[in-house]
Write a protein that binds this ligand. Sequence first.
Ligand code: ATP
Length: 269
Amino acid sequence: NFVSAVVPSDEIGVRFDDIGALEDVKRSLNELVILPMRRPELFSHGNLLRPCKGILLFGPPGTGKTLLAKALATEAGANFINITGSTLTSKWFGDAEKLTKALFSFASRLAPVIIFVDEVDSLLGARGGAFEHEATRRMRNEFMAAWDGLRSKDSQRILILGATNRPFDLDDAVIRRLPRRIYVDLPNAENRMKILKIFLSHENLDPLFKFDQLANATDGYSGSDLKNLCIAAAYKPVQELLEDEKQKGEKTEMPSLRPLVLDDFIKAK
Ligand code: ATP
């Protein structure tokens, strides 16, 4: 079930440089995860620098939490396991517990590894009361027990990284196990500009294109919204060319698309 969710560190293909803005988040992750995984000897003295067993990334949808988790694994040289609710739930009674046990024993063999639990609220959310499915409850208890059971030697090399848009739905027991919580915010204008520069770095832009104008015109957009906007805008010159060909009744041999202008983005909004 979860074997398909494993990506070796060198095949993830995303680095911190591919993520625009979020500098504070990257800095915290560097201290909390990358350094301890890359240089464990620096963290093995005394009691104060204890490796962190769990981190929660929380914030609005589309702000790059999944992207950060993947890039973090690359930067830390760790393998990556992506778990969602459906990975560990099973319609067969008892299977969810076995899967959870297997996940942790598999992870210790794959270490250093980051177990990314996307939508952690849906997998390990608040207890569902009397109507909660017995199998779900047992799976969650098994998950917590296995998590607590990580030996301190392993905890330096196995990190549980949760992400959620709904931090208030999380159970206290889960919150306690994710002692470091990092807010991943929507980008402000300056940060939208940094993100747009990443998306548009290989595009044919009009020399008069002004990044700050586009950044100012996209208040409230997440990184994901900005990406969708750029894709829609990039389609405009293609659309024009196709319409032109339709009118002429013939295909252009070597289509040369006109450069993107600000107007393409405004119209794509
Ligand atoms: P959700 O909470 O909805 O799962 P998320 O916070 O995990 O969202 P991602 O899935 O990481 O967000 O982001 C979606 C896409 O948006 C990414 O694949 C990426 O293309 C783009 N994106 C978001 N934020 C950034 C950013 N800061 N820099 C570059 N790309 C970004």
